[in-house]
Design a protein around this ligand. Structure first.
Ligand code: XIL
Length: 362
């Protein structure tokens, strides 16, 4: 009788009070969340409960980055990363590794690029990259679902690949090499090229050009990660859908890897050479809470974008939110300090209107 009764229960009641994102979209894509290490005391019990009940995959927000794992050459620090992988294993969560190479100078420990007081040669830099990838991806071989192999390689300005010492010392093919090394280290992992603003037409063209060249070279790339850091009232819906289709047409999976909708638009921070920064740095309009009309617009925009994800679910295999709830969001700190409200759950880990809007989708 019990079996029959459970079978007849609505899909949300089996796991507790709240319906779950994971179950709601299980036929379309995995729903994941970025979080950090899982050492004792890192998360409150209601936060752990939220992770366990709502999500099917975990992305380490910081603890698997190059500067977290190998800040000094040869001295690997796997404590937090191991704790995250262990938590995931005991809670039936997939782990989506992030990130083997971050193609920016300020996100790479400086020793990678140096040879004593000289710049490293191409051979030395590639050998270090291979050692890093082999050690990290090799350690978790068979345990991770995917790896973001190269992060943020495309330039925002007029260049193709972002200028960096990766590019200037090793040449453009450091990207293809990273995929080759990652595949050798963990042949079962889905390998992802991850980047932001790739829905913007100029950057999208660069993305497609890079993907074609990787495919021509037979580099083992399987998916594109669209980071998906959007801003309220400026979500590029049409361009997002076009980009998803264009990636899928190349035979690659699409993952939305770092999804959030910033409640306090931030693009002016970078406009006109940064001349608004002083003024922006004082902006903290929702420190006492997010007004209902803002939450309602955010809900409508989350709903609209999820409508696209559902329509394109043949192309999309995962949608991961960047951070667990508003209080944990990186957008409270980047690019300036403010109380932000970009996610589906509030500071008490309670569902917001955006959560309800998504869960009400047909
Ligand atoms: C961010 C983290 O969330 C912050 O805690 C950290 O201080 C900086 O990095 N794109 C990425 C992520 O690929 O790794 C970034 O994560 C957010 C932007």
């Amino acid at each position: 009788m019990l079996v029959l009764w459970v079978g007849l229960m609505p899909w949300w009641s089996a796991r507790g009070a709240e319906p779950s994102l994971r179950d709601k979209f299980q036929r379309q894509f995995i729903v994941g969340v970025a979080a950090d290490g899982f050492l004792p005391g890192d998360y409150r019990s209601n936060e752990l409960q939220l992770i366990r009940t709502q999500f099917g995959a975990l992305t380490p927000a910081n603890c698997m980055k190059m500067d977290a794992l190998q800040r000094q050459e040869g001295r690997f620090n796997f404590g937090m990363a191991d704790a995250l992988v262990a938590f995931a294993a005991s809670n039936h969560l997939k782990v989506c590794g992030h990130t083997l190479v971050w193609a920016k100078d300020d996100r790479t420990p400086p020793w990678f690029f140096a040879d004593g007081t000289n710049a490293a040669s191409r051979e030395l830099l590639l050998a270090r990259m291979e050692t890093h990838i082999d050690t990290v991806a090799g350690r978790y071989r068979g345990k991770l679902a995917s790896w973001d192999v190269v992060n943020e390689a495309l330039d925002d300005g007029t260049n193709f690949i972002r200028p960096s010492q990766w590019l200037s010392l090793a040449g453009e093919d450091f990207i293809a090499k990273a995929f080759e090394y990652a595949h050798a280290a963990d042949p079962g992992a889905v390998l992802i090229l991850n980047d932001y603003n790739v829905e913007q037409p100029g950057k999208r063209e660069k993305l497609l050009r890079l993907l074609r060249s990787l495919q021509e070279r037979k580099a083992p790339i399987h998916a594109v990660g669209i980071q998906g850091h959007y801003e309220l009232d400026a979500v590029p819906f049409k361009e997002i859908e076009e980009t998803i289709k264009a990636i899928h047409a190349l035979g690659l999976e699409v993952m939305i890897t770092e999804f959030d909708i910033d409640a306090i638009p931030r693009s002016r921070w970078w406009a006109d050479g940064g001349k608004y920064r002083e003024e922006m740095a004082k902006l903290n309009p929702y420190a006492e809470g997010c007004p209902a009309d803002v939450l309602a617009r955010q809900a409508a925009q989350y709903e609209q974008i999820f409508g696209i994800f559902l329509r394109q679910s043949g192309a999309i295999t995962r949608v991961t939110f960047w951070d667990l709830h508003d209080g944990r969001s990186w957008l409270n700190h980047f690019p300036w300090e403010r109380a932000n409200h970009p996610l589906l759950f509030d500071r008490e880990a309670k569902p917001k209107p955006a959560f309800r809007a998504i869960m009400a989708l047909p």
